[in-house]
Design a binder for this molecule. Structure first.
Ligand code: SIN
Ligand code: FE2
Length: 211
């Protein structure tokens, strides 16, 4: 826990939606560019792939991971795996990305997975909970880079009223505490809204403690 009075610049969320914290503009442009460089090295070591859902439909988002565990999905289900689908270990989570966790998570643990989601023009992600982890006491921290993404926040059970917010490049979202298991998804991205990524698109990084 961060103690009272221990406030740094930028040391609190700018918005809370249903208990989900949004730190808008936490990363400035140079910080975003540095993280994109780190992501390039992750992707060089662990190429993006298009996961298949257990229902046999390919996801529109491309993925890879860094850390001890990566998140994978195929016909046998969703799970964490210590190997990329091609059989190799995942690269380490870059320090520039771990720093973000240190700033916002209020956790004593170190994330064991950094999932990289890449959204091309028409990619989206349906409403879901992040619940493949063993420890729901630890938050999920997500970092948005590149094009704006329309993030929808629902409830602790499927369905019901939802609220949405456009996440911009440099925004960081924390789902922890009572909001750890809230349903969420990305309805669409706004193509061309950011110049961060050559070739456009949106990257979302999700940091999680897995064990
Ligand atoms: C996710 O929930 O896995 C991704 C969220 C996002 O892309 O912002
Ligand atoms: Fe998620």
């Amino acid at each position: 826990m961060r103690k009272n009075g221990e406030q740094m610049n930028n040391s609190r969320p700018t918005l809370a939606l249903r208990g989900v914290q949004v730190w808008q503009g936490l990363l400035d442009r140079p910080a975003q560019e540095a993280i994109v460089q780190s992501i390039r090295s992750i992707v060089a070591a662990a190429p993006l792939f298009s996961p298949m859902t257990p229902y046999g439909k390919p996801m529109s988002v491309q993925m890879t991971s860094a850390g001890r565990f990566g998140w994978v999905s195929d016909r046998t289900g969703y799970r964490y795996s210590e190997a990329h689908p091609r059989g190799t270990a995942w690269p380490a989570i870059p320090a520039s990305i771990l720093d973000i966790w240190g700033k916002v998570s209020e956790s004593d643990r170190v994330p064991e997975c950094c999932l990289v989601n890449f959204y091309r023009e028409s990619a989206k992600m349906g409403m879901h909970q992040d619940r493949d982890e063993a420890e729901f006491g630890e938050p999920v921290v997500s970092v948005s880079l590149g094009d704006d993404g329309l993030f929808r926040i629902g409830n602790l059970t499927r369905g019901g009223k939802t609220e949405s917010i456009w996440l911009k490049s440099g925004d960081v979202v924390v789902m922890g505490g009572d909001a750890r298991l809230v349903y969420h998804g990305i309805d669409k991205t706004r193509s061309g809204s950011s110049s961060l990524l050559n070739g456009g698109g949106r990257i979302n990084l999700t940091l999680r403690v897995v064990t």
